[in-house]
Ligand binder design. Structure first.
Ligand code: ATP
Ligand code: MG
Length: 283
């Protein structure tokens, strides 16, 4: 039995070889845990296997080895308990912003009255600043607004865990900043457990309790777990003045620029039970 909310043990993903080509091991011996209510970001170079891990946690992809246990149960397929937000906001084009949310909320709580569903959905649309735009269809919304609808929808269904794969990747820096703060707001209201992939170190520091650093593939590892020791509530304009901000930021950038490659070379002696190294700058 495990005391952790999410437990990932010995996770491996590989693709079988063909002819002269050997088996492609994307990652193996991946071990890590996430606690209930934690906001965890994952950073790593393109192709190291971040989306693959997220999809396995979502139950949308199958691991080659290892297990994922959420709330004491093994993950073995998609579930309403795990909400997913992708980069390209998968909204239903023929439904309005509100209907995209009520649709999901009604599926989650079939016993709810129509009024209850609408009221609940509107609350989440309001949290992402979309009150007034609820009757517009996705084609009548900007990219940032569409992504807000996706986020509102994911949070509104209150899954036990939210999985977000570069949700702001397609947005300009200004819109991104605004939505990051909305995400903080909606997350601090709901205290849901979040696992999010990002390429943006500042975004990771602003949002997370902890940042997992993935080394380069093939045979990528969850190398480090960096604690973000900056108190909440956090604001974009204020976090950068905290004593630990640049210590954390420099550590992350150094990992990405220098150390993420070294792990790949040390692979052969890797301990299958290896946990990511904990890094903390808190005194
Ligand atoms: N069918 C396949 N056969 C072989 N390799 C594959 C296959 N599908 C994916 N891969 C490889 O798996 C690796 C991990 O892919 P994944 O999408 O998880 O990376 P990522 O870390 O999310 O990258 P990015 O940051 O670019 O989104 C990549 O190197 C990719 O080439
Ligand atoms: Mg990816």
């Amino acid at each position: 039995m495990t005391a952790h909310f999410l437990e990932v043990q010995g996770l491996k993903k590989s693709y079988p070889g063909k002819g002269k080509h050997p088996e492609a091991v994307i990652f193996e011996h991946a071990n890590f845990q996430i606690e209930k209510g934690e906001f965890v970001c994952v950073i790593g170079h393109s192709g190291c296997g971040k989306s693959t891990i997220l999809n396995i946690l979502a139950g949308l992809d199958e691991a080659s080895d290892g297990v994922v246990i959420m709330d004491g149960k093994e993950v073995s397929g998609p579930s309403l308990e795990r909400g997913v937000v992708f980069q390209n906001y998968s909204l239903l084009p023929w439904r309005t912003a509100l209907q995209n949310i009520t649709f999901a909320v009604q599926a989650r709580w079939p016993q709810w009255s129509k009024d209850q569903v609408v009221e609940h959905s509107m609350k989440y649309l309001d949290l992402v600043g979309l009150k007034g735009a609820e009757h517009r269809k996705p084609s009548e919304l900007s990219g940032g607004m569409r992504q807000r609808v996706s986020i509102a929808r994911a949070f509104a269904t209150q899954p036990q865990m939210l999985l977000m794969d570069e949700p702001f990747g397609a947005l300009d820096a200004l819109t991104r900043g605004v939505i990051q703060e909305e995400l903080i707001k909606i997350w601090s209201e709901s205290k849901q457990t979040v696992f999010m992939i990002t390429h943006d170190v500042d975004e990771a520091i602003l949002l997370s309790d902890r940042i997992l650093l993935m080394s380069n593939g093939p045979k990528a590892q969850i190398a480090e777990s960096v604690e973000v020791s900056i108190p909440r509530p956090r604001k974009r304009t204020e976090v950068i003045h905290h004593d630990d901000y640049y210590k954390i930021r420099n550590h992350l950038v150094d990992f990405l620029v220098n150390r993420s490659k070294e792990y790949a070379r040390d692979q052969e002696e890797i301990d299958p039970n290896r946990q990511p190294t904990t890094v903390s700058f808190a005194r």
